[in-house]
Design a protein around this ligand. Structure first.
Ligand SMILES: [Zn+2]
Ligand SMILES: [Zn+2]
Length: 266
């Protein structure tokens, strides 16, 4: 179905529209063979709290950004190659977030939530279809190792490693880059090279450090000499701050998926 859209004017027009919404803050998206498969608003779990993000599903990439003006202006564009993506459904929390799933890649993994079970099903089915088609065409295998999903700050009043340290303005939260746990400074004073995520050694909890260093003794980097007073300011999820976003005043529209109902457009 999507293949019919490849050279259609409607597809070219939609992609030009996405480009214009991101303006100079985004990458060029019109690439031969690329099709915009669908678009819509999802709630993305960020470090501090869930935030509304505009998502665009193409047949080869997933793009999302912060909403400055709904349907008009977006920024902080992120592009995820679908070849690396694996989805995993999240069970509904009757007292919390519902209709969610994980988007896992080698370098970054996070949870998103749709407004209804139907929308969740549509998103997951369309994304999975794109991934399957891509892998089939390229003959590549799905990526086996995925970055940890960060536990949101609010879920951890105390350190998840020592279970003692209470977090305060001074005792700040840190995230283990290997398991995603929220840990205190002393429980994460080591770093380890995780090449899928960074060329520099990253903060890991002591539990993961022991596991990793047992497996690869020569990649040890001890950050103890670097001083243990680093704050976590450099550790924010890069799209986490969004002062520009006006108090979540985003209308909820149904996501749109193209190609489902359209006859081959010219
Ligand atoms: Zn601790
Ligand atoms: Zn860990």
């Amino acid at each position: 179905m999507v293949d019919k859209l490849v050279n259609s004017e409607a597809n070219a027009r939609r992609i030009a529209m996405v480009e214009s919404c991101f303006g100079s803050s985004g990458q060029p998206l019109a690439v031969p063979g690329r099709v915009l498969v669908g678009e819509g608003v999802l709630t993305k779990m960020c470090r501090k709290k869930p935030k509304t993000r505009q998502f665009y599903l193409f047949n080869d990439i997933l793009v999302y950004g912060n909403i400055i003006i709904n349907k008009k202006k977006y920024n902080k564009q992120h592009i995820i190659p679908l070849e690396e993506v694996k989805l995993e459904s999240i069970e509904d929390d009757p007292r919390g977030y519902q209709h969610g799933w994980l988007i896992k890649t080698a370098s970054k993994s996070f949870a998103v939530y749709a407004a209804t079970p139907l929308e969740k099903g549509e998103w997951m089915a369309h994304i999975n279809k794109c991934i399957d088609d891509l892998l089939r065409k390229s003959g590549k295998k799905a990526v086996a190792e995925h970055a940890a999903v960060w536990v949101p700050d609010g879920k951890a009043p105390v350190c998840m490693h020592c279970e003692k340290t209470q977090f305060t303005l001074i005792n700040r939260r840190h995230h283990c880059r290997k398991c995603g746990a929220v840990v205190c400074g002393p429980c994460s004073n080591k770093r380890f090279l995780l090449p899928n995520q960074s060329s520099k050694p990253l903060r890991v909890c002591l539990r993961c450090y022991d596991l990793l260093s047992g497996a690869k003794a020569n990649h040890l980097v001890d950050s103890a000499q670097k001083g243990n007073n680093q704050d976590s300011s450099g550790e924010e999820d890069s799209d986490d701050d969004d002062e520009a976003q006006k108090a979540q005043e985003v209308y909820h529209d149904l996501p749109k998926f193209y190609g489902d109902n359209e006859k081959a457009e010219k």
